[in-house]
Structure formats: C-alpha cells, structure tokens
Design a protein around this ligand. Structure first.
Ligand code: HEM
Length: 455
C-alpha cells in the first residue's frame, strides 16, 4: 500500500478568532481548521450573533441532511445572492416547493436514456483528446486547464449538442471565467452570516458576463426543436412535462436555467478531480503500475461504461481522489426552525456546515486519513462508515449527477491513462486551495509521455 501523504495546508493550533477566521477564509476555506477539528464530532460557535455548527460526525450528517432534511435544505444567502442572476430557478439555489418541483424534472432528465448517450459523448471526446495528445508527446502540459477543457467539452456535448466544437465550448468557458473573476471574492461575510455593514468587495461587471452566457445558451436552444433526432439533455428538456399543469412545457428560460446549472455543477468538479488523480498517481509508481496493469487488460479498445464494474482499481483511484480532494469541500445550510442536536439548542437561522474536507480526513473514521491509499475503495475492502464519505453529499439534495460524474471522471481518466503518462514538473509545491470549489493552487504543469501498448 502506498505510504504517500499528499499535500494539505498547514493546520492551525486552535480555532482562530472571528477576524482572523474571516481573513483566512477570504484566501482559503481549507486553512481555517485547527488540528482538533479532525478529531472532534460537533463544533458550535458564534460569529456576529449567528450560531454556526460543524456537523462533524456521520450520525449528525445523516440526521441533518437525510432524516431532518426539511429543516436543513435551505441554502445559504451567499450562494443564492451570487448565483441567482445567472441561474434563476436552477436546483442549486432553489428551496422548498420550487426546489422539489425542479428536482423532480431534473432527475427525470438524467434518465438512463440520457446516460447511454452520455457514454457515446464521453468515448468520442476522450478519443479525440487522445489523438491530440499523440502530437504532444514529450511536451509540457498545464493539466488543470487541459482537464477543464476536456470536461467542459464532454459536458457540453451531453447537455447541448453532441457535435458541438471545442472552439465553441471555449467561448463559453471564457465567459464563465470572466463571470467568476467578477464575483470570486464577493461576500465571504455573508458565508459566515456577518452583518451587512462589514466591507464587501463588489463588482458591477457580472451583469454583462451573465448576459453573454445567457445569449450563448439561448441561441443553442432556439436552434433545436423537440422533434429533431438530437439526444442531448437539451432535447430531453424540450420534450419534458411542465412543472405547471396550465403550461404546455418548460419555458426557454427554465430550460436555460437547468442547462447552465448542470454545466456549472458538472464540469469543474470533474476537471478538478481528474487533475488531482493525475497528480496523485504521478507521485506513486506502485499505484500507477497497478493502474496500467488493469487498463492493459482492455487491449486496444477504449473503456466504456460497460467496463466500469471491472475497472475496480481505476474506480478506487477516483474515489480516493474524491476523498482527499472533494471538489465541494464545504456544504452550507441554514436551519429553518429551532432544533436540538446532541442536547444542544440550535437556534432557527443557524448555519450548518457539513465539511467533506474534515469528514474525509477525520481521525476517528479513517485509518491513516491523510495517506493516498486507493485500496481502501476496492470491493474487497471494508466499506467506509456510512455518512463519513460524502463527496456527492447525501439525502434528497445530494448530487443528481453522481453517476454521470463518476462515469465521466473514470472514463476520461482510464482512456487517457491507458496510452499516456503525466510526470509532475519539478519545482512546484502543489497545495489544495478552496474559495468555494477545491482546486490546486496552480495550473499543475506536467510532462506528457506516450505509453505504447504492451505487445
Ligand atoms: C466529480 C463530480 C461531481 C461532484 C464531486 C459533485 C458534488 C456535488 C455535491 C457535493 C452537491 C451538493 C451541493 C450542496 O449541497 O451544496 C452537488 C449538487 C449538485 N450537482 Fe453535483 N457533483 C459532481 C458532478 C455533477 C454532474 C456531472 C452534474 C450534472 C451534469 C451535477 C449536478 C448537480 C446539481 C444540479 C446539484 C444541485 C442539486 C440540488 O440542489 O438538488 N453534479 N454535487
């Protein structure tokens, strides 16, 4: 088993005071946790008169996100405030009735039919990527942007149109990059429930970027009809039943909101996971060797969804990557009504934090929690304690794209790792960093090396 301990930020000796916490959180949400947070089961403290709870025990995760979901399903004001102009009634930022209606429709969209078509889009796109990489043998690649481009292309082909070109996808990516640039530091105060008078960074540019993104998507929607032979999620939406019995179907705006939500939720999460997986195996020759051994069993043909049950070591690497570097390391909810947890009063309006980053590295739930050990996810290994491993969250608000996300990440990784190795460039100290999503602190430069298929 690998003895490799991949990088993580320095841990504090104790929980910082409010101002220090805010200062640290502005830069990185992973650096705010003291060593004791990786050993405690429940943390509660006050910040600017609001109660904050860290649900750091699997049973509390189950209670809040599953059993008492109705009381903890509301997203924090921050997420809604930032994303509402872009996402409208999309799942991410809806609560209550609106969320339940939207969730029923969106779950229907991710049916097996759509997944079968997703498989074709994945295999086709990663095949094109392999062709491109053949011409880059020996070159230096910036792996993070490369994986973002790959994931965005696959996701756009699943969502919009299977023949969409990488150039068109790049236009959309640039628009989103500009949009996030304009909002990135907005309102960490709101995240911690701080009052409005504290200074906030604002940007007036976001509206223009949102309009460009909406125009891009609207143009694609306008170009498709429900009865053409497309197999994308958009075509499924065009034929979807309405959430309002008096309307014949979803409005173009509702369709746009769903598609943008899926794009946003689906591509950076998978791209970051892929980038970390490449980094992790580049540091562990033994893991890389076992991976190649498994992938070589496929012969010359590409892996498809049908192979995933057999690619147990490849899947284990991806699951272990999601444990060590969960793309969403911090989930935030607001308590609708007062409650009691572990005999402690939880006032209405408290912020509940479920922190995969802490749960996944908790000393009481994992053996060698900071080690990279894919073997812990092999089918023969004991399963992790329920609700201690939550990269896709749990309960009614868990990720609806879990299957798709796992398939997409594993197939892209398998089909590229089968024919190529990536060697980490020297002189870069990699660290995870999170404002909202968890990502590496730089673009992850690596050297691409072609791996001939064994005779
Ligand atoms: C490795 C890949 C992925 C990871 C780790 C991931 C993780 C998550 C997590 C943790 C949540 C809950 C967020 C919260 O409670 O605040 C979530 C929600 C969501 N995810 Fe994913 N996701 C991934 C891929 C995808 C894909 C491929 C799609 C669809 C194309 C998707 C669509 C969504 C949507 C729409 C929600 C909001 C659900 C709701 O609020 O009801 N995700 N995801």
């Amino acid at each position: 088993m690998s003895e490799f301990i991949p990088p993580y930020p320095k841990r504090l000796k104790k929980l910082p005071g409010p101002l220090e916490l805010l200062k640290l959180a502005r830069h990185d949400l992973l650096s705010i946790w003291p060593e004791s947070a990786y050993d405690r089961q429940f943390i509660q403290f006050k910040l600017a008169n609001r109660s904050l709870i860290i649900a750091n025990h699997p049973e509390i995760v189950r209670y809040t996100l599953v059993e008492n979901h109705a009381n903890y399903q509301r997203k924090s004001g921050l997420v809604k405030k930032i994303l509402a102009p872009l996402l409208g009634d999309s799942l991410f930022i809806s609560d209550g009735e609106q969320w339940a209606r939207r969730r029923a429709i969106d779950d229907l969209m991710l049916t097996s039919q759509t997944q079968a078509n997703a498989n074709a889009a994945m295999v086709k796109t990663v095949g094109e990527w392999g062709q491109k990489w053949m011409g880059l043998n020996g070159s230096r690649l910036e792996v993070l942007p490369e994986m973002k481009q790959l994931a965005a292309t696959v996701v756009c082909r699943i969502l919009f149109d299977e023949s969409i070109t990488a150039d068109r996808v790049n236009d959309l990516r640039e628009m989103f990059a500009d949009y996030f640039e304009s909002i990135e530091q907005l309102d960490l105060n709101t995240l911690f429930g701080l009052p409005n008078w504290l200074p906030r960074k604002k940007s007036g540019k976001a509206d223009g970027h949102i309009k460009r993104i909406h125009d891009w998507v609207d143009k694609i929607i306008a170009g498709q009809t429900s009865n053409n032979k497309q197999t994308s999620l958009l075509s499924a939406y065009l034929g979807a039943p309405s959430d309002n019995p008096s309307n014949p179907g979803l409005s173009p705006e509702q369709i746009r909101n769903g598609l943008i939500g899926f794009y946003l939720a689906g591509h950076e999460t998978t791209a970051n996971t892929l980038a970390w997986a490449w980094y992790l195996i580049s540091q562990c020759p033994e893991v890389e060797r076992k991976l190649h051994e498994e992938l070589d069993g496929l012969g010359e043909r590409p892996a498809t969804v049908a192979d995933l049950d057999h690619l147990v070591y490849t899947v284990a690497i991806i699951k272990e990557t999601l444990r060590l570097y969960p793309p969403l390391p911090l989930l935030i909810r607001e308590a609708v009504a007062a409650d009691t947890i572990r005999n402690r009063p939880i006032p209405a309006g408290s912020f509940l934090f479920v922190v995969p980053w802490l749960l996944h590295r908790h000393k009481q739930y994992w053996d060698k929690p900071d080690h990279f050990m894919p073997e812990r996810f092999l089918p023969t290994a004991p399963s992790p304690q329920p609700f201690s491993y939550v990269p896709f969250s749990v309960g009614p608000r868990a990720c609806p794209g879990e299957n798709l996300g796992l398939q997409l990440t594993t197939l892209c990784f398998a089909n590229l790792a089968k024919n190529f190795r990536l060697e980490a460039a020297q002189g870069y100290a990699i660290l995870p960093l999170s404002r909202l999503l968890l990502r590496p602190n730089h673009a992850m430069p690596m050297r691409l090396v072609w791996r001939p298929h064994p005779a």
